[in-house]
Design a protein around this ligand. Structure first.
Ligand code: FES
Length: 362
């Protein structure tokens, strides 16, 4: 069957379009378009980004890699044509997914890449088109698109075509508002299946958690679950959290009003909203201080302590840590009352103050 599939010209394009039509029909039937709060700018950015990615960025990278390959490595052109298909497919997919895991994680941990990836997390609703919502430059330097071009140059076109279908099926499926994994968590009989499946591929519950607004919610982990097709990388590198429910809110804690032009063409076009990280005026200030902050806390409540020292609502997290390696610390208090929390961010008992700031004063 795979052989006859591979014989069809451009079968990958038909399949990916088929997957998109399938999910768009399901989302439409489930009332997405009717109940959506998306603005015009959201639609423009997502559709534009999808069209430009497939019709300009990818062909451009493939052209560039073939041109370089023909000059510097002509003897390797199509060298994989007669190689074992499964071997090429697995090598392509595993390397591709590993590279994308690290690219995605780095985009959350470095300031410039975060600004290019930020539009993806600005979406306050899930939906299959959210998968394509990133800045132009984010895609242009995306290492796994270059990897795809290299495999094509080496002669792995059929493996790339089948791999792309599998990958898009998982990625679109995990961004869609159609939570296909929900029945697996609901019915005890199906739970063992999803427990195995979520350890291998990215499920909606796993990825929706990454789009959740705040870690205060049990099903949200915006600073984890970076995988794209396989969840094995998150498990391997310690960033996986598994949930059987979905966040009640999606998007960023800090809401800004950025046009689709600024979101897509940053840094060539900047946001007019001065509170946005995409504006020319925006500066992240250091708000840690050489003292503690005493706050009234409630027994049994969860709080997010700011570890990065950039929050505007110290000592609590306001989401300013995006684009740094820091993550907020979630904690629960055991008694009601005023509690001294660390604001020098150096305490050995974080989030509680251990008077370390007194040493720093000297
Ligand atoms: S603002 Fe979230 S950790 Fe500092």
């Amino acid at each position: 069957m795979i052989k006859s599939l591979l014989a069809i010209k451009n079968f990958d394009v038909y399949f990916v379009i088929g997957i998109i039509i399938f999910f768009s029909l399901l989302e439409t039937v489930s009332g997405f378009l009717k109940n959506s709060n998306r603005k015009k700018d959201d639609w423009i950015q997502e559709i534009l980004s999808f069209v430009i990615l497939g019709n300009l960025i990818k062909p451009l990278i493939v052209f560039f890699v073939f041109s370089l390959g023909n000059i510097f490595l002509p003897e390797y052109r199509f060298v994989l044509t007669d190689s074992n298909f499964t071997g090429v497919l697995l090598s392509y997919l595993l390397v591709d997914d590993l590279i994308q895991y690290w690219y995605h994680r780095t985009a959350h941990e470095t300031e410039f890449l975060w600004k290019l990836h930020r539009p993806h997390h600005q979406a306050e609703e899930m939906g299959y088109f959210v998968s394509y919502r990133n800045a132009f430059i984010y895609y242009l330097v995306m290492p796994n698109i270059w990897w795809v071009a290299l495999i094509l140059f080496l002669g792995g076109a059929k493996a790339v075509a089948l791999g792309l279908i599998l990958k898009q099926l998982v990625i679109i499926g995990s961004h869609s508002r159609i939570k296909w994994d929900k029945p697996f968590y609901q019915y005890a009989l199906l739970q063992p299946i999803i427990k195995v499946l979520e350890r291998i591929i990215i499920t909606p519950a796993f990825h929706h958690s990454h789009h959740g607004t705040s870690k205060l919610e049990l099903s949200s982990d915006p600073n984890g679950n970076f995988g794209n097709m396989l969840s094995i990388w998150d498990q391997l590198f310690g960033t996986a959290t598994f949930h059987s429910s979905y966040p009640s809110a999606y998007g960023l804690l800090q809401k800004t009003n950025d046009s689709w032009k600024a979101s897509y063409f940053y840094p060539l076009i900047k946001s007019k909203d001065k509170t946005s990280e995409l504006s020319a005026e925006f500066k992240k200030l250091n708000t840690s201080t050489l003292n503690s902050i005493t706050v009234p806390l409630t027994k049994g409540e969860n709080y997010l302590w700011c570890a990065c020292g950039k929050s505007k609502t110290q000592p609590f997290c306001d989401g300013s840590h995006h684009g740094t390696k820091f993550k907020p610390l979630k904690f629960t208090v055991k008694r009601d009352g005023d509690i001294k929390l660390c604001n020098c961010k150096k305490s050995n008992r974080s989030p509680f103050c251990d008077d370390k700031h007194l040493n720093l004063l000297n």
